[in-house]
Design a protein around this ligand. Structure first.
Ligand SMILES: [Zn+2]
Ligand SMILES: [Zn+2]
Length: 368
């Protein structure tokens, strides 16, 4: 029988290569031949502190070619063998209100935090048949309820690997933050996520984009400028609030987007103060469980709206893919590194700042 190679997380910060049987493809299913799995900060977190001890093929930002498509799969979904697709990591139920709205991220079927039987690429354990639930593998299994998007012509698999951070950029800055023509925006953190937000804000007509980072982010802050940031601030060198006030003539910004990782409460506290006098919006990631001494009074006095940065909708993915196809921004400055299947461990560590230096976006290419 033909087999499939996959990199499996078997313990915190431990990956082994395993072989799995090539799955049978029923008429309503398909098989994806992986080209690129993007690696993001979430992978760094899940690799260091796995939510369970079960073995998992990680990889939730997946691009590949449809290698096999059942007749029903093609008939119902419009995808056929040879199509290059972006696979959302959410696996829908197809029945709930959220699914009908294209908000698969909120569907219970894919909610791994609360539903022990949830299916989600990069999260579902590899002992769940037919095992291929992650992109750090040669092939990925697509049931009838997988959510796939056509990658537009002219977009390479590597560029398409930015679909996830770009769709988050659209969801968080445009749909949640309300960024548009003449908006002033503070983006905290110049990683692949923050840089994608900068591109989307620029495209949407923001009149001022400020990106913050640390001294370690020097190269990333340069990329931020190339992608349309008007000002960059090294928070280790300058007082970011004073600088933001100076840039905005004391007014503050309309929208704050938190794209930091592991920075604790600092970005939120800066955001509250950096927002304009009244009715600004912050989109936050909130990685910590608690926020002692949260300045709720400042929030209500300033009439701030806080929104949660949580993945992307179907519409955001479609717009992201169109954005990638537009060739309007030098996005090759973000896709900095490629790794093969045997280098999953190094790739994740590098994205976390502890392997190969100056990685912005890492493409895991399972056939390399
Ligand atoms: Zn991700
Ligand atoms: Zn659903």
């Amino acid at each position: 029988m033909e087999s499939v190679l996959a990199a499996v997380r078997v313990a915190p910060r431990t990956t082994v290569i395993r072989e799995f049987p090539m799955p049978d493809i029923a008429p309503d299913c398909a098989l994806l031949k992986m080209e690129v799995a993007g690696i993001c900060g979430t992978d760094v977190k899940l690799y260091g502190e796995p939510p369970s001890s079960a073995p998992v093929i990680m990889g939730h930002e997946n691009i590949g070619y449809i290698a096999k498509a059942g007749s029903e799969f093609t008939k119902r979904k419009g995808f056929r063998e040879g199509d290059l697709v972006f696979l959302e990591h959410y696996v829908s139920c197809g029945q709930c209100d959220w699914c009908h709205q294209g908000q698969y991220r909120h569907c219970e079927n894919t909610d791994w935090r609360y539903n022990p039987n949830a299916i989600r690429y990069g999260y579902t354990p590899s002992d769940v048949a037919p095992h291929l639930w992650g992109g750090f593998a040669q092939y990925v299994y697509l049931p009838w309820n997988a959510v796939v998007h056509h990658v537009p012509k002219g977009v390479t698999p590597e560029l398409a690997g930015l679909a996830t951070p770009m769709s988050n950029g659209i969801e968080w800055s445009l749909f949640d933050g309300g960024v548009g023509y003449d908006s002033t925006v503070l983006i905290q953190g110049p990683g692949q996520q923050g840089l994608s937000q900068a591109v989307i804000c620029r495209q949407a007509g923001a009149s001022l984009i400020i990106v913050t980072g640390t001294s370690r982010d020097r190269a990333r802050l340069e990329v931020a400028k190339a992608l349309g940031a008007d000002h960059v601030i090294d928070v280790n060198q300058e007082d970011p609030l004073a600088r933001i006030k100076e840039i905005t003539g004391g007014k503050g910004v309309d929208v704050v987007l938190d794209c930091t990782a592991g920075a604790g409460t600092t970005p939120v506290l800066l955001g509250v103060e950096a927002l304009k006098r009244r009715a600004g919006t912050m989109v936050v990631q909130g990685e910590m469980a608690l926020f002692p001494d949260f300045p709720i009074g400042r929030l209500t006095v300033k009439a701030i709206t806080i929104k949660s940065a949580r993945g992307h909708s179907f519409r955001a993915c479609e717009l992201a893919l169109q954005q990638l196809a537009s060739q309007r921004f030098p996005l090759e400055k973000i896709t900095t590194h490629r790794f093969g299947l045997n280098d999953v461990d190094l790739a994740i560590r590098s994205v976390g700042g502890q392997g190969v230096p100056d990685v912005i976006h890492a493409s895991l290419m399972p056939w390399q």
